[in-house]
Design a protein around this ligand. Structure first.
Ligand SMILES: [Zn+2]
Length: 228
């Protein structure tokens, strides 16, 4: 087998593995670190990731309108003081914005946010989830080297003023000197979970299409990654 064929085959097989439906990456340790950084002082917040729920909504795996965002958030699982983070394949709409560079969308004051699975699993994953959680907690965007910058920037700083706002949120629970936020992940799937099927020629062809598509997305994402 020529080098080129091997390379294409490897990429295709990798993409078959990654081109399945949304998946959950909770980033709990990084979320804990961000919400217990120095500005939290003696009141670090423990981010507790609970059990996952799977919802079958094939039409919501690729979100392209605010109506679909509303539809997904209306599925809220559990009590109002438990945040849901939803995992989908792609998001291109949020709060009136339309852009293929959008990778997450969170209610500004609320208890629901949605992210793209592939970004949650990547190097910006913890920052992305913490940013959207920040919106749920009542934090607006803030330009500069901060967590709430509307673009992923590898910065996770939460200011003292923002910490004050966070502790006004009903999502922050406390007992004695222990503070926590409960989050339950919700996985959007095309059909109920089952044992994975063998790789078919059809999937192989899909992978080749995905190869081109992913390349396009990476180019777009490298310029601006919007975390609305
Ligand atoms: Zn945002």
């Amino acid at each position: 087998m020529s080098w080129f064929i091997k390379r294409v085959l490897f990429c295709a097989l990798w993409l078959v593995a990654s081109a399945q439906a949304a998946f959950i990456t909770s980033n709990e340790a990084e979320l804990d670190a961000i919400y217990s950084q120095a500005n939290f002082g003696e009141r670090p917040i423990d981010i507790r990731i609970g059990s996952a729920t799977e919802l079958v909504f094939p039409e919501l795996l690729d979100i392209s309108s605010d109506a679909e965002i509303s539809q997904i958030f209306s599925q809220h699982v559990g009590p109002a003081n438990v945040v849901n983070f939803y995992f989908v394949d792609s998001i291109s709409a949020c709060g009136g914005q339309i852009s293929s560079s959008i990778v997450g969308c969170g209610e500004y004051f609320g208890n629901d946010f949605v992210v793209e699975s592939s970004y949650a699993a990547g190097p910006y994953g913890g920052e992305l989830l913490a940013h959207e959680l920040g919106h749920n907690l009542g934090l607006p965007h803030l330009s500069g080297a901060y967590l709430m910058n509307p673009f992923l920037n590898k910065q996770t700083l939460i200011t003292p003023a923002e910490v004050t706002r966070i502790f006004n949120s009903p999502l922050v629970q406390s007992l004695n000197d222990y503070y926590w936020i409960d989050i339950n992940p919700v996985l959007i799937v095309a059909e109920a979970s089952q044992v994975s099927e063998p790789v078919t020629v059809g999937l192989f062809m899909l992978a080749l299409v995905m190869l081109a598509w992913r390349h396009h997305r990476q180019v777009a994402a490298s310029t601006t990654i919007i975390v609305s």
